[in-house]
Design a protein. Structure first.
Lengths: 351, 561
């Protein structure tokens, strides 16, 4: 295979490519028309006619099925799943037969009975050269008459005014929502500013507080802050930031870094449930390996190493919620998270 | 002169009289004369665009029905409807009205199913239609702009799908929005602001469903409709392309007249598409929102999947590693803090770069190929994909790139269904993300060249009959039957562009850009199979008559080669 352009190996690179056009095959023209059965045999034509009619009748039956299913089965406040499914099936089958009957009938009619001679039609240019020249001349003349080339001052101020006139739209767009400010940094876990009252960890969704003694080794709780269920406004917004996973490990398994010694209690640790990748709930806890897995994009966090990322697209560990036990033995948050929870954002370091 | 006098022409038939009545008031007869018998080429692969058009019509019909009952409010309510397992649950009005459509509106569930299936079909058929257009070279002059319009239609279709997917405000779609929010927040400088503007404050807020609803039922469909009309206008203006074959060339269009055959087939096909969608809606449940429950930021179900057309972007998000290296050793993070600003490339890169590459190549490809070939002619006859090996290989490389990401969106399901490690699936897909397109390119190009060689063989020596003959001197050969001239013409009537070396410009200089073009031209066309010429065929025939045995020996040699 010395020659790349050699298409046929048996010719050993001797394929002549120059002068290809002179040697090209002449177009034999459209192949002769081959008559169909229905063109030759009147009985076949009659049969096709009956088939088309039968298909249209199937369509009629489909429509009837739809109407019967629609009126005979009534849905309401007490309809059960079986009834709904039955109606859906019958409505669907009715529509399907009604439509397929018409569709296949028409297509069969067209293919078997309508003339099937292929016709050749000449293509015409989409415009003549005369039009083309005239159009270019018109465009040039228009530009010339405006004098925009000779009067750059007009042109430049117009461009400037047009560009500036877009800014009101941007300003309006800006009013679609409030400014982000510090909202992403704060959650409901912050102790009450006036009283210093610390927020209890409660079960999701019923909101009952959790005693440290109830958390056995190997167990996991889905946690929301106390008072979340009583919120009247912005409940989901707060929940979207505040949900926490609570787990208890053998304290010997935890590698605690400096400064976090008081963030856990007897091997009980709490971490934000919002993935640091794009914010899905990290809902899967693998008890044996102490891994947390996000079901959306499979980011995996190692609980024994303060939720460091060990696999997947997340880049940051899950934020840890510092916890302690109050006088009654209930778990409370010592403070808010020390960093924003959830996906990273541009201003994350300072707001 | 004839202003007040009635026309003397009297149509002979009743239908003719009605047509004439309309014509005298609308002047439509020139239009009918132009289009009534307009020729449309016929091929099964031309129907994908039709499927897209028809599923869009079905979407408008079923969608209008759904708007009558859907309430896009995120106000909180307690469900007291027909679906017992959710009674008493807190949920948004939007989710409640979606449940009511499913369970209490007669035919509502059916309409939801039709709408969702038609939406999936709409994007599939658009995608396949674009693949057909790409692989057959139908994007070439004069259709480049229509190709670009098609690309925008694809993007709009995905936007329509995504905005609609989020409306029921169920757990699955809420998590989809959450992911979108996370991706938006990764945009440098303005991401956080855009997120707050879009959601009207913090995620999830109470504004997003209403806003997406307006986009979904007004803005996006209006844009789709506009581009669709433009697209079809250009199809009529350019006349449809046709596959190569006897009697077909760039100067004509061969096919069936619009009336009656083509109109009947195309019109009938609408009912068939509708029927198939109805059948799917009847038999296969899609998006059972009642199983997911209302949106709540805390739970998520395992195996969450976006609708198929968003999958490739989701898959790209999954493939990108956030950190490389072990916990104890060196760690390369892909999130950087620069001058106090957080740049989270582990989200930004996979969200933007692959989609950016795919759409940039898609939109510019007609001009890239035009630049390389310096081909300014109009093309109305399509290429068979094998006859443009490099283009076909590029297309398959892009398709593979897409499919690897798409498969990655199901990495967890692949792992659970085939009982393999999730991590291994991801590692393999990460490798394939880079290698897959290269492998696909090489394999496709070789297959295309191989098919061209096969065509050449058949054109030169006819088809194998399976009849074995023993020659006088004892050798066995297989008799080849010659092709008729129509079949042969189909195999030999293609263009095979050769490498176009660098050419000096007007000032007699070969500039750097031109040298680059020449290099690309070499890459494109150096492997080529030339079509059989008349002389070659004659030579092969003589050859065949005089020394069949020798010829067969040679063929055998080349087969073993």
């Amino acid at each position: 295979m010395g020659n790349h352009s050699d298409g046929a190996p048996q010719h050993g690179g001797a394929v002549a490519t120059a002068g290809q056009t002179e040697q090209a095959f002449a177009d034999p023209g459209l192949p002769p028309h081959r008559p169909r059965l229905a063109d030759l045999d009147p009985r076949a034509a009659k049969r096709a006619e009956r088939q088309v009619t039968a298909l249209f009748i199937i369509s009629v039956i489909g429509t009837v099925v739809f109407l019967v299913a629609y009126f005979a089965i009534d849905l309401g406040h007490d309809s059960d799943i079986a009834t709904i499914r039955l109606q859906n099936l019958l409505l669907g089958l009715g529509t399907a037969f009604a439509m397929l009957g018409i569709g296949t009938g028409i297509v069969h009619w067209a293919k078997a009975l309508m003339p099937d001679h292929e016709v050749s039609e000449a293509r015409h240019g989409i415009r003549t050269d005369e039009d083309r020249e005239a159009a270019v001349k018109i465009v040039d003349d228009i530009l010339e008459e405006t004098g925009v080339k000779r009067r750059p001052l007009i042109r430049n101020t117009l461009i400037g005014a047009t560009v500036l006139s877009v800014f009101p739209a941007v300003a309006v767009f800006g009013d679609l929502g409030p400014r982000p400010d510090q909202k992403l940094r704060h959650t409901m876990w912050a102790p009450d500013e006036a009283t210093g009252q610390k927020v209890r960890l409660t079960r999701d969704p019923d909101g009952t507080p959790i005693k440290a003694s109830e958390v056995t080794i190997g167990s996991a709780f889905h946690v929301i802050p106390e008072g979340l269920n009583e919120l009247h406004e912005g409940k989901l917004n707060e929940k979207a930031k505040a949900v926490v996973l609570l787990m208890r490990l053998n304290p010997a398994d935890l590698n605690i870094s400096a400064g976090r010694e008081n963030w856990s209690y007897n091997g009980i640790v709490a971490y934000s449930k919002i993935c640091t990748h794009v914010g899905c709930p990290v809902a899967l806890y693998e008890q044996q390996t102490h891994h947390l897995l996000c079901p959306c994009h499979q980011s995996t966090f190692d609980l024994t190493n303060e939720c460091a990322v060990i696999f997947g697209p997340a880049s940051r560990p899950l934020p840890q919620l510092p916890i302690e036990v109050d006088a009654e033995g209930y778990l409370v948050a010592s403070s808010d998270f020390h960093e924003p929870v959830g996906p990273s954002y541009w201003e994350r370091e300072y707001s | 002169m004839s202003g007040a006098t009635a026309s003397s022409y009297q149509p002979p038939t009743k239908v003719g009289r009605i047509a004439d009545f309309v014509d005298q008031r609308t002047g439509a007869s020139p239009l009918l004369r132009e289009f009534g018998r307009k020729i449309f080429p016929d091929h099964w692969s031309f129907m994908f665009g039709e499927v897209a058009l028809y599923s869009f019509v079905i979407l408008l019909l079923s969608g209008t029905f759904l708007t009558f009952f859907f309430n896009p409010s995120m106000a909180e309510t307690h469900y007291e409807g027909a679906y017992v397992p959710l009674r008493g649950m807190e949920m948004s009005v939007a989710y409640q009205s979606s449940l009511d459509i499913s369970f209490e509106v007669r035919g509502g569930l059916f309409m939801r199913q039709v709408h969702h299936w038609a939406a999936l079909l709409f994007v599939v058929s658009l995608g396949v239609h674009m693949l057909r257009v790409f692989f057959t070279g139908a994007f070439r002059k004069p259709r480049e702009i229509n190709w670009v319009i098609g690309g925008f239609l694809l993007i709009l279709a995905m936007a329509a799908g995504f905005t609609g997917y989020s409306l029921p405000d169920d757990l699955l779609s809420g998590n989809g929005l959450r992911i979108i929010d996370g991706v938006i927040k990764s945009i440098p400088l303005v991401g956080t602001w855009i997120s707050f503007f879009l959601f009207g404050g913090e995620f999830p807020g109470t504004a997003i469903i209403g806003r997406l609803y307006v986009l979904h039922i007004l803005l996006v469909p209006a844009l789709i409709l506009l581009l669709l009309v433009l697209h079809l206008f250009f199809v009529v203006l350019h006349k449809h392309t046709q596959y190569p074959g006897p009697g077909r060339n760039d100067g004509n269009v061969v096919g069936y007249p619009l009336g009656p055959v083509y109109a009947a087939k195309a019109g009938g096909f609408f009912f068939i598409v509708f029927g198939v969608v109805a059948l799917m809606a009847a038999a296969f449940t899609i998006n059972p929102i009642w199983n997911y429950g209302p949106y709540d930021p805390s739970p998520v179900s395992a195996g969450t999947q976006p609708d198929w057309y968003i999958g490739w972007v989701d898959g790209a998000l999954r493939l990108m590693p956030g950190v490389l290296g072990s916990v104890d050793g060196y760690r390369q993070h892909f999130e950087f803090v620069i001058f106090g600003q957080t740049l989270t490339l582990n989200v930004l890169l996979p969200a933007l770069v692959p989609a950016g590459i795919v759409f940039t190549v898609l939109f510019t490809y007609p001009w890239i190929e035009r630049w390389i070939t310096k081909d300014d002619r109009e093309h109305h006859v399509l290429d068979r994909p094998r006859n443009a090996p490099t283009r076909t290989a590029i297309g398959m490389a892009g398709f593979t790139f897409y499919c690897v990401m798409w498969a990655a969106a199901a990495s967890d399901l692949i792992a659970t269904h085939f009982h393999v490690s999730l991590n291994d699936v991801t590692y393999w897909l990460r490798t394939l993300f880079f290698l897959g397109p290269i492998i696909a390119f090489v394999v496709t190009k070789r297959v295309a060249l191989g098919l061209q060689r096969k065509d050449r063989e058949i054109a030169l020596h006819g088809r194998e009959t399976g009849r074995i003959v023993r020659l006088p001197h004892g050798e066995f050969i297989e008799v080849h039957a010659p092709l008729d001239e129509y079949k042969r013409y189909r195999l030999v009537s293609f263009e095979s562009p050769a490498v176009l070396p660098a050419q000096p410009n007007a000032r007699g200089i070969v500039d750097r850009k031109e040298r680059r073009r020449a290099k690309l031209s070499r890459w494109f066309f150096e492997d080529r199979v030339a079509p059989v010429t008349v002389a070659e065929l004659e030579a092969a025939h003589e050859h065949g008559h005089e020394a069949i045995a020798a010829h067969e020996e040679e063929t055998a040699k080349s087969l073993g080669h």
